[in-house]
Ligand binder design. Structure first.
Ligand SMILES: [Zn+2]
Length: 459
C-alpha cells in the first residue's frame, strides 16, 4: 500500500496513546478496586470482568474469558521465632500450613555447590537461603530433595521488604512450607547461627497458616481482525494481569495490563481508519491478558497447550511485563533468526522518540512469552527500567510507584510496532523453532534444572 495512510495512522496512534484519558482510570480500577488480583480470588474475577468489558467497549471482537484449573491458595498469618525473638516473615504462595520446630541450616545462595558441601546435614532441618543466583524454585526444589522440612527465602537486597513468590512445584502441591524474610532478617539469623554453632543447633519455631483449595483462573482474550477475513495469522500482544496478594501489583503488572488495553483501544481506531481507505492488513492482532503468571505462568501455558494446533499461525508474541518503571524501554527478543526482527525494532525507534534497548536471542524464562517460546514461537518481553525495581513481589508494589510517562512511551512504541508489523505485507523477519532447537538453547543457557523443577521440561 501507499505508505502515507499508514504513516498518518501511526502518528494518530502515537498521539492518542500519549494523551489518552483512559490510561489512568484503568490503572485505578485494577489497583484500587481489584487489589493484587491474586489468581483464584474474587479480586481476580472482578479484574477479568473489567478487562473483558473494556475490550468490548473498545469495539474488539470475540472478547471472552477462558478458564483454567489450578491449586488455589489463601494466605494466613505466618510467624518465625528463634531464640525468643519474633522475626517478620510472610508465607510464600502455595506453602502448606505448618507448626513445626526444627533446626535451621544456612545454605548460602542455595546453589548446587552449597547443597553438595552440606552433604547430609540439611536433612530434617529448615533451609535458610539467600535469593541470589538461581531462581527461588530451583533452590526450593534442592531443599526438598535434600530432605529439608522447611524453607526460608530471603531478599538479596538491603532495605527491600520481605519477598513473596510462589512455590509452584511441577503442578503438584508444594511439599514443604516456605516463608520470605527481609535481607536484614537473614543477616540477623546468619549471625545468630554463627554464635550458636559451638553450642549446637539453632532451633526455629515456624508457624504458617494457609488455605489450599481447588480454584479457577481466568484468561481474557479479544481480537482485532481484518474485516472480512475468517482466520488470519496473528500477532499476539499480551501481559499478565494477576499480581500477588500482598500489594496492588501496580508495576508488576497492572502497568503491562493497561498497556495492552490502551494499545487495543488505539489499534482498533487505526485499523478502522485504514480499512475505510480500502487497505487490508496482513495480520490480525489477538490481545491476551493472562492470569496465574505469578504462581507459575499458569494462564499462558494453559493457553499454549489448549491452542497448540493454532500456534504456527502466531507470528510473534509481544509480552509486556513491568512497563511502569522509570527508565529505558527494553525488548528482550527470544527466538531464532531474530537478528532482523531486532534490527526492525531498532529502526522503528531510530527517530529518537524512544530510549530503547534490545537484546537478541535472549532466553528470559520468567514471564508469559516463555510459554510460547517453549513451543518455538518467536516471542519477546518488553519491560521498562532495565529490570531493576525495588517494588515487585513485596508490599511496596503500589500505584504510587508507576511512572505514567514511561508507561505511555512504552505503550506507544509497542502499539506502533504492532501496527506496522500487521500492515506490512512482507513476512515477519523471524521463524518458528523446532523442539530440538528450543531444547538445545535452553540447555546451553542453563535452564534445564529450573524447567525440570517447574515440571516444564516437556518436549
Ligand atoms: Zn510480572
Amino acid at each position: 500500500m501507499n505508505p502515507s495512510p499508514l504513516h498518518a495512522a501511526e502518528r494518530s496512534l502515537l498521539g492518542d496513546i500519549m494523551t489518552s484519558e483512559t490510561l489512568w482510570p484503568s490503572l485505578l480500577v485494577l489497583c484500587d478496586d481489584c487489589n493484587g488480583r491474586f489468581v483464584g480470588s474474587d479480586d481476580e474475577q472482578r479484574a477479568a470482568a473489567f478487562i473483558r468489558q473494556s475490550f468490548e467497549h473498545y469495539g474488539l471482537s470475540n472478547a471472552h474469558i477462558e478458564e483454567f484449573p489450578l491449586h488455589g491458595w489463601r494466605r494466613g498469618p505466618a510467624s518465625l521465632a528463634v531464640n525468643g525473638h519474633e522475626l517478620a516473615c510472610i508465607g510464600l504462595p502455595g506453602t502448606p500450613p505448618c507448626d513445626l520446630c526444627a533446626p535451621v541450616i544456612f545454605l548460602g545462595d542455595g546453589e548446587p555447590a552449597d547443597f553438595e558441601k552440606a552433604g547430609e546435614a540439611p536433612k530434617g532441618k529448615i533451609a535458610l537461603v539467600r535469593g541470589k543466583g538461581s531462581h527461588r524454585l530451583e533452590k526450593y526444589a534442592r531443599a526438598v530433595k535434600a530432605g529439608c522440612v522447611g524453607f526460608i527465602f530471603s531478599s538479596a537486597e538491603p532495605n527491600a521488604l520481605p519477598p513473596t513468590g510462589s512455590l509452584e512445584f511441577g503442578g503438584n502441591p508444594a511439599p514443604i512450607p516456605g516463608v520470605g524474610i527481609a535481607y536484614e532478617t537473614l543477616c540477623w539469623l546468619e549471625r545468630a547461627l554463627q554464635r550458636t554453632t559451638a553450642r549446637g543447633d539453632m532451633t526455629a519455631h515456624l508457624r504458617v497458616q494457609a488455605e489450599l483449595f481447588d480454584a479457577i483462573g481466568h484468561n481474557v482474550i479479544a481480537d482485532l481482525t481484518p474485516a472480512g477475513v475468517e482466520s488470519p495469522d496473528w500477532l499476539v500482544m499480551c501481559a499478565h494481569y494477576d499480581g500477588h496478594d500482598i500489594a496492588q501489583g501496580a508495576v508488576d503488572n497492572a502497568s503491562g495490563t493497561v498497556a495492552v488495553l490502551e494499545a487495543a483501544r488505539a489499534l482498533k481506531v487505526a485499523y478502522d481508519t485504514l480499512a475505510a481507505q480500502g487497505a487490508a492488513p496482513a495480520l490480525g492482532i489477538r490481545f491476551a491478558l493472562w492470569s496465574g503468571e505469578e504462581v507459575g505462568m499458569l494462564g499462558s501455558s494453559h493457553y499454549a497447550a489448549k491452542h497448540a494446533g493454532e500456534l504456527d499461525r502466531i507470528k510473534l508474541v509481544f509480552n509486556c511485563d513491568i512497563v511502569g518503571n522509570p527508565g529505558a524501554f527494553f525488548l528482550g527478543v527470544n527466538g531464532y533468526d531474530t537478528d532482523r526482527l531486532v534490527a526492525y525494532f531498532k529502526e522503528l525507534a531510530g527517530d529518537h522518540l524512544f530510549d530503547i534497548q534490545t537484546g537478541n536471542s535472549m532466553v528470559i524464562p520468567y514471564s508469559d512469552h516463555f510459554s510460547f517460546y517453549l513451543k518455538g514461537v518467536p516471542a519477546l518481553m518488553a519491560a521498562t527500567g532495565g529490570g531493576k525495581s525495588p517494588g515487585p513481589h513485596t508490599h511496596g508494589d503500589t500505584l504510587d510507584k508507576v511512572d505514567v510517562r514511561a508507561m505511555r512511551s512504552a505503550t506507544a512504541f509497542a502499539a506502533r510496532a504492532l501496527l506496522r508489523l500487521a500492515w506490512d505485507p512482507t513476512p515477519l523477519p523471524a521463524r518458528h523453532a523446532t523442539a530440538e532447537e528450543v531444547q538445545e538453547v535452553l540447555r546451553k543457557a542453563g535452564y534445564e534444572d529450573l524447567l525440570k523443577a517447574q515440571g516444564r521440561w516437556k518436549f
